[in-house]
Design a protein. Structure first.
Length: 382
């Protein structure tokens, strides 16, 4: 069994246009990304050209209105693209961050001028988006951020440092969170030629090597007052927390796709690998462990689809998203580890996709809010 024969949902309202989009995404990933994975991993990032190609094919900002270069598509298009990236082992470029995290901040909270300037450029791949919340002194503690923006006439002057910023090394637009007199505020920072702005080298990570992550430095950068997202200071914390539920939903979609992909690879391997005169899958231990993994995969997908339907109906709560993220990413790490074990020594070799899944999976329990934070959110709701 290959990743392309994995089961797909039968309960979500997929339409022919979703499957056409899936075919386009798959061709793009197979032809434009898979052959270059090793080079991109060595470089620590995907090149700008592949972003522009994704824009040409309609794989960027498709959920935004047509007036801004999108298609007005629903979240199921993002699920399709996420599934195909996971199944083909394409981590970078980080399309979902650009499409499902950064662009919606501009669409939902930006004024008309901001949307008209930013979204078409993001849809074409001319601009690559990033969001900068995390600081070296704190991750999930948004209220404790120290990056500061002060009003100076018609500008804001911003100083601070952000870390673990995905797409940071190539971002043309950064949604930057900073403290203002009115509280946390978000700014649309255009990086080209920006005096006082600097990027660190791509960070050396345990996994996800082709997905660039870096530190960003803001040394008295000056941006126009019109860069304030939403036009009013102090709305940033509410904007950030409101968007985290969808971010966690997409992280969970990646987790479920990873679980299913790991099982598919393992069934294929153990069906061919011989030990003691029989296939590895014919040992009771192998069958029982895979049976457990498959059960966890079905439960995880069922819960994911329930939450997706709630999201599409406008009823997904922060507690729902926290429980989903906690459950699916914990299961992701457990299932991938169990599958790697069934590969034996070959599971430890980087030439096998299961080892890459194992390395890439560990961060899922950290990003989008650590799973300990998810437990705190859930616990407070009891």
């Amino acid at each position: 069994m290959t990743a392309h024969t994995l089961k797909t949902s039968t309960t979500l309202p997929f339409q022919p246009e979703h499957e056409l989009f899936r075919a386009t995404a798959r061709r793009f990933l197979e032809t434009e990304c898979v052959p270059h994975r090793e080079a991109w991993e060595e470089a620590g990032m995907a090149p700008r050209e592949v972003w522009r190609r994704a824009g040409e094919l309609g794989l960027l900002c498709y959920r935004q209105p047509e007036a801004y270069g999108g298609m007005g598509a629903d979240i199921l298009f993002s699920i399709v693209l996420m599934e195909e990236q996971v199944r083909l082992g394409v981590v970078g470029p980080m399309l979902s961050l650009h499409n499902d995290v950064v662009a919606p901040y501009v669409e939902l909270y930006g004024d008309e001028a901001q949307k008209a300037r930013v979204l078409p450029r993001m849809a074409s791949g001319e601009w690559i988006g990033a969001i900068a919340m995390t600081e070296p002194g704190g991750g999930s503690d948004l209220r404790g951020m120290t990056t500061r923006a002060r009003r100076d006439g018609d500008d804001y002057v911003i100083s601070g440092r952000k870390t673990f910023i995905s797409n940071g090394a190539c971002a043309d637009l950064v949604v930057l969170a900073a403290q203002t007199d009115g509280g946390i505020s978000l700014f649309l920072v255009e990086t080209d030629g920006l005096e006082g702005f600097a990027r660190g080298e791509p960070l050396e990570k345990l996994g996800q090597w082709s997905a660039d992550s870096t530190e960003l430095f803001f040394d008295e950068i000056r941006v126009p007052a019109s860069a304030l997202l939403g036009g009013v200071e102090g709305r940033g914390f509410a904007q950030l927390t409101a968007r985290l539920a969808e971010e966690r939903l997409m992280a969970s979609a990646a987790a479920v796709a990873t679980i299913e992909t790991a099982i598919a690879h393992t069934v294929a391997y153990t069906s061919e690998r011989q030990a003691f005169g029989q296939r590895v899958i014919d040992f009771q231990n192998s069958r029982f462990r895979l049976a457990e993994c498959e059960t966890e995969a079905v439960v995880a997908r069922t819960y994911l689809e329930r939450c997706l339907r709630r999201f599409m109906n406008g009823r997904l709560t922060g507690e729902d998203a926290a429980m989903l993220k906690l459950w699916t990413t914990d299961r992701q790490n457990q299932v991938v580890d169990a599958c790697l074990q069934l590969f034996g020594g070959y599971g430890y070799m980087l030439e096998y996709p299961i080892s890459r899944l194992w390395l890439d999976s560990r961060v899922s329990r950290i990003y989008g809010g650590s799973n300990e934070i998810m437990k705190e959110i859930i616990g407070r709701s009891l």
